[in-house]
Design a protein around this ligand. Structure first.
Ligand code: HEM
Length: 508
């Protein structure tokens, strides 16, 4: 046995806490042999592991689930590395089953009805990462509850009316055209995930602040949004130089920039200019409100709401645009029908407008099927702040992480017909599965936090799909194993979807 040596065990010369801790560890270590220290560590870890297993057993009661979960990390690695086999295994246990992730007791919900119930349960809150909480702060809409939440949602309605969506449409269309043209200048060989990520950020920024905001400012917003986005899923340590601290700094810079954009917008809206961007519409609404209501409609409210929009939409929108390239590249028959419909409605290649988009029933069916077949957020974690009862009288102890699975609801037996087939015809006027299977369609959630940007999102997917279909041909170049689906944290083909685009003549 070798004694752990220590040079000095005196803490009196120490000025910092770190130094004192170091000295104390040395002091303790100097009294034991290496073997004794190791045995001690093993005993402590084993006791913690036993305690964890006991707590899990007590919480799970009669619920089905895995016969063993590894201590400390639980099923974390299975969930991250092989998410779909983790899903399949969990689904085998039935509509509600238990598991554990990072020693947190987790309920996995797969049947559509209970999934919907969790979304609607007022005592089950959206569970966002610690990083997201630090960056967005409690002023962000996903963290607000009750009456304050209802009031804020009401105030946001003018940002998503038909009038508002019509004013965003030319911004979305122009930016999509500019980006695809730039892809073609680079040769047309794209990795859809990389390209759509930048495209999507440019569209969101354009829609939020409008094209009257100088390009350099829009680019600075996009840069800071990317840094902020990196912080949402990082290790939540807020120290100088960490990803989280950089994300918080980026958020602070965004608050400054948005404050200026709002000021400029106010000058333009007061002079009677027509609103164009989401900020313009908010300012217009603000100016039209009674003085007494304006306190609640501060710049801060809209800025933190915009940050939440970016958080809620960036990865989900990127995922959907990538699946447009992938699924229509695979299903040429569907692509041909989109082209036929678009050419019939817009033979002169006119710009899109909401009225024409409303008439393009088949194209909208395709958008809805892309969202059903590849829902970007496959599950939306919740945490219950009180004991609740779900499903067939299952009592969920307070503090449980509940994973309602949108993926499982979309593919459940007894729901959509031949659910594993990509088939936009399921939404046609005869089959109407959007009505007959409405309870299974959960891509945008349900209940009080139901996605507020859903129409904006569907329009964006439709504009991208239409532009691509009418002006380009493309072939997919998948890599070996690249078609496997991965989490990131929304779903993507593993290789990001490589494709070669060629310009085509506008025709059916
Ligand atoms: C394909 C794209 C999108 C998908 C799949 C999606 C999906 C979702 C889901 C599943 C939720 C949780 C709903 C619930 O808890 O019931 C949600 C919430 C939310 N989404 Fe989306 N979303 C998308 C695009 C967008 C866009 C473009 C915006 C912004 C303009 C947006 C803004 C929000 C906001 C603010 C919330 C939280 C609402 C609240 O807390 O009240 N989303 N979204």
């Amino acid at each position: 046995d070798v004694k752990v040596s220590s040079t000095s065990t005196n803490t009196s010369g120490c000025k910092t806490t770190l130094c004192k801790i170091q000295r104390n560890v040395q002091l303790i270590a100097s009294k034991f042999t290496v073997r004794q220290v190791l045995v001690g560590i093993v005993i402590v870890l084993a006791s913690i592991a036993l305690q964890q297993q006991y707590t899990l057993l007590r919480k799970k009661g009669n619920l089905p689930g895995p016969s063993f979960v590894p201590p400390f990390f639980g099923m974390l690695f299975q969930l991250i590395l092989t998410p779909f086999s983790f899903y399949e295994n969990q689904e085998k246990y039935g509509p509600i089953s238990w598991t554990s992730i990072m020693n947190k007791f987790v309920l996995f919900v797969t049947d559509a009805e209970t999934t919907r119930q969790v979304f609607k349960e007022k005592n089950a809150k959206l569970y966002l990462s610690l990083g997201a909480k630090k960056i967005l702060t409690e002023k962000a809409i996903p963290f607000i509850e009750g009456t304050a939440h209802q009031q804020l949602r009401k105030q946001l309605l003018p940002l998503f009316t038909i009038r508002a969506l019509s004013s965003y449409l030319p911004i979305q269309e122009t930016i999509i055209q500019e980006h695809i043209t730039a892809w073609m200048k680079e040769g047309g060989n794209i990795n859809a995930r990389e390209k759509c990520r930048d495209l999507n950020m440019a569209i969101s920024t354009g829609v939020f602040v409008g094209q009257k905001t100088p390009l350099a400012v829009r680019e600075e917003i996009a840069r800071n949004f990317f840094v902020m986005n990196d912080g949402f899923l990082c290790f939540p340590i807020d120290l100088p130089g960490t990803t989280l601290r950089k994300a918080i700094n980026a958020r602070e810079r965004l608050v400054e920039i948005f404050t200026d954009v709002i000021k400029n917008s106010r000058t333009r809206m007061e002079s009677g200019e027509k609103p164009e961007s989401l900020i313009d519409l908010w300012v217009e609404y603000y100016l039209g409100c009674d003085e007494s209501e304006r306190d609640e409609l501060s710049d801060e409210t809209i800025i933190f709401t915009l940050l939440s929009f970016m958080f809620a939409s960036q990865d989900a929108m990127t995922s959907s645009l990538v699946w447009v390239v992938r699924l229509l590249g695979e299903h040429k028959d569907v692509l041909a029908k989109v082209r036929e419909e678009q050419f019939r409605l817009r033979p002169s290649n006119d710009k899109l407008d909401l009225e024409t988009m409303r008439q393009a029933m088949y194209t909208r069916q395709v958008v809805n099927e892309i969202l059903r077949f590849r829902p970007p957020a496959v599950m939306v974690p919740h945490e219950n702040v009180e004991d609740i009862v779900i499903g067939d009288n299952v009592v969920v102890p307070k503090g449980t992480m509940i994973l309602p699975s949108i993926w499982s609801a979309h593919f459940a037996e007894g729901g959509f017909k031949d659910a594993h087939t990509f088939d936009p015809e399921r939404f046609n006027s005869e089959r109407k599965e959007e009505i007959t299977c409405a309870k299974n369609y959960l891509v945008f959630g349900a209940g009080p936090h139901y996605c507020i940007g859903r129409e904006l999102a569907k329009n964006q997917i439709e504009i991208f799909l239409t532009q691509l279909a009418m002006n380009y041909d493309w072939e997919l170049n998948p890599t070996q194993g690249g078609d496997e689906i991965i989490f990131g944290p929304t779903i993507f083909p593993k290789d990001g979807c490589n494709a070669s685009l060629k310009v085509r003549t506008y025709s059916a």
